[in-house]
Design a protein around this ligand. Structure first.
Ligand code: DQA
Length: 162
């Protein structure tokens, strides 16, 4: 199995014909695999990154895959995506339910955006039913575990084919 780092080296140069799909991950997602596996599954974030890189490559895109535990860093990356990304998938973790700053940053983008969640946030606690991301996103994928990310990248690629 390739490591996430190798996937970035092979596929993350941003020089492919169709540009780069960015996948941004928020707090606590660095602990996937260890964190509540009954809810989030057994795949690590590095495993997910490899699957994203494969999906992006098949569709003709490079991949930029990042994770942060800090809201300001997430906002800065979204701003950076204005010039660097052809499409954006974002799992903002708990900031999904709290961050007007992330919402406002996403509204600056003029590219397709997919909101991603491993779990079905609507089948969980009430406080997870509200998302500040959805109103700024092109679409939402949730509830398919790590496969949500693959679906999100396929959806971005299909959107860019239109
Ligand atoms: C999550 C759902 C959020 O409610 C939670 O805070 C996360 C992960 C998901 O992928 O299912 O950190 O975004």
């Amino acid at each position: 199995m390739l490591t996430g780092e190798l996937a970035l080296r092979e596929w993350g140069n941003g020089l492919t014909e169709r540009g780069s799909i960015w996948v941004l991950n928020g707090p606590n997602l660095n602990l996937l695999g260890e964190r509540e596996p009954g809810i989030y599954g057994g795949d690590s974030l590095a495993d997910i990154e490899v699957r994203c890189a494969e999906t992006a490559k098949t569709a003709g895109f490079a991949l930029d895959f990042r994770q942060t535990n800090h809201e300001g860093e997430l906002v800065a990356w979204i701003q950076e995506a204005r010039t660097g990304a052809a499409g954006l998938a974002i799992n903002a973790g708990a900031y999904t339910h709290t961050s007007v700053a992330v919402h406002d940053a996403l509204r600056l983008l003029d590219i397709p955006i997919v909101e991603v969640h491993l779990s079905n946030i609507f089948a969980r606690e009430e406080f997870r039913h509200k998302s500040y991301i959805s109103a700024a996103a092109t679409g939402v994928v949730c509830g398919f575990g790590s496969h949500s990310y693959v679906l999100a990248i396929s959806a971005l690629a299909a959107r860019m084919d239109l």
